[in-house]
Design a protein around this ligand. Structure first.
Ligand code: SF4
Ligand code: SF4
Length: 202
């Protein structure tokens, strides 16, 4: 029938209009900023660094400062400096980890290439600043957020990452235990060997 599509469309509009008075699921708008919109899990804007705990974000960063993300970032907006010990030997921790979010294009390549699940995409959007330059250059303290926050914004993805990390950890521990057992078995026969005979008295 001519115009049936228009009638169906208007019926959906009328249903949502009436339904929105009693069913929040039918709201098409929210009263922002009092009410924050619920973002879909796949929504992303800028990266953040995952730390294991909220209590000690700098001490529990997953990042090992391998710099892969820095090399792969298309607009080169990541800057990393590795921590060193007192002898100048590099440590697997970032001393400096900056991201210029005025340049970041939210491509997520840094997340894809990170072998340690240490960098993920954030959903925080209330980040407007008055300064154009340094205020949009986020340092590691500003970038670090706990794993619990990652679970909050990307629950399915974070659960998958946790499961994969737990599996990796279990495999590493099993390999370490097997190596230790092998080393102990190699030493054991020598320990069990009888002492050399004492020479006869002259
Ligand atoms: S999201 Fe893309 S542009 Fe932004 S820091 Fe990561 S790799 Fe660079
Ligand atoms: S975020 Fe990942 S890829 Fe980037 S330096 Fe840290 S561990 Fe390496």
């Amino acid at each position: 029938m001519l115009g049936s599509g228009i009638i169906k469309g208007l019926a959906v509009t009328a249903k949502n209009f009436v339904g929105s008075f009693h069913d929040p699921a039918r709201y098409t708008t929210v009263e922002y900023p009092e009410v924050k919109p619920k973002l879909p899990e796949a929504y992303r804007n800028f990266p953040f660094l995952v730390s294991e705990t909220a209590a000690d974000p700098m001490g529990t960063l997953r990042c090992v400062a391998c710099k892969i993300c820095e090399k792969e970032c298309p607009p080169q907006c990541i800057y990393i400096v590795r921590e060193t010990d007192e002898k100048g030997k590099p440590k697997p921790v970032p001393k400096v980890f900056d991201i210029d979010i005025s340049v970041c294009m939210s491509c997520q390549i840094c997340v894809e290439v990170c072998p340690f699940d240490a960098i993920k995409m954030d959903q925080e959007f209330e980040i407007a600043k008055t300064g154009r330059f340094t205020e949009l250059l986020l340092n590691r303290e500003q970038l670090a957020k706990p794993n619990s926050y990652y679970h909050q914004i990307h629950p399915q993805e974070a659960a998958g990452v946790d499961a994969a990390l737990a599996e990796q950890k279990a495999k590493a521990e099993a390999a370490k235990a097997a190596k230790a057992a092998k080393a102990a078995a190699a030493i054991a026969p020598k320990a069990a060997e009888p002492p050399p005979p004492t020479p006869p008295a002259p």
